[in-house]
Design a protein around this ligand. Structure first.
Ligand SMILES: [Zn+2]
Length: 247
């Protein structure tokens, strides 16, 4: 095979590998996953806030419960004393009656507060449950998209592996010195080291070469069959982009 045609073949493999790597890096699942993970982190923060709010309300409820118990117990004690017959002095009885009435008022105030906090607690609980459900759904979506990403990436990896192995076979047919020049040029010219000359146009950079230059290139001895060492790096390359030209 014409060694320069081999280079074109090699180049097409390298271009394919670069395309596959680009596709691998740009898989839409990656961006979707990043977006969902940000959403999940935000959701976790909201859940932590909601849990804290819920815990505060639960503490408040316990406090009102305790308050109510102690008010009820005290009121029961005072009432017992009031009707026990042990207290007979009118003034003392009056003061006990007032105390029982005051405790009754206190009881209603605490009961109202308790009811209010219980309602708040219920809606805080519902809000928390909704946030947690949303988080579970988000986690499921993340799992699903992760699986899709893994599968898509594996498919590309597999194809890339095949192309690399084909490329190794092609590279094995090319003389070491020519291969070295190719690799060097590839790092210098956007990953594409070799281009076909079609008519008078370099297909690497689309420049139309002067006819005299094309004529000179055509007349280079053994341009197609030249062994690596026989290639004149200066003259077998496009004067504009520097790529190795295949006539
Ligand atoms: Zn060119």
């Amino acid at each position: 095979m014409n060694p320069l045609e081999g280079l074109l073949d090699l180049q097409s493999h390298d271009t394919r590998i670069a395309q596959l790597e680009h596709r691998h890096a740009q898989l839409p699942e990656r961006a979707a996953l990043r977006r969902l993970e940000r959403e999940l982190a935000k959701r976790d923060e909201q859940i932590a806030d909601a849990e804290q709010h819920h815990a505060e309300l639960a503490r408040l409820q316990r406090r009102y419960d305790d308050d109510l118990s102690s008010v009820l117990a005290k009121r029961e004690r005072e009432r017992g004393l009031l009707y026990s017959g042990q207290v007979t002095a009118i003034r003392e009885l009056q003061s006990l009656e007032e105390e029982v009435a005051a405790l009754g008022r206190r009881q209603r105030v605490v009961e109202d507060k308790l009811l209010e906090v219980m309602e708040e607690l219920e809606s805080a609980g519902a809000a928390l449950a909704e946030l947690r459900t949303g988080r579970d759904e988000l986690a499921l979506r993340i799992d699903a998209i992760s699986d899709r990403l893994t599968a898509a990436a594996a498919e590309i990896d597999e194809e890339c592996e095949r192309v690399r192995s084909d490329r190794a076979a092609v590279a094995g047919q090319i003389a070491a010195e020519l291969l070295e020049l190719y690799e060097l040029l590839r790092t210098q010219i956007d990953g594409v080291a070799v281009a076909r000359l079609e008519g008078t146009s370099c297909l690497g950079c689309n420049l139309t070469l002067p006819l005299m230059e094309v004529d000179r290139l055509r007349r280079l001895p053994d341009i197609g069959e030249a062994p690596a060492g026989g290639i004149d790096k200066g003259s077998a390359t496009c004067p504009s982009c520097g790529r190795i030209l295949v006539l």
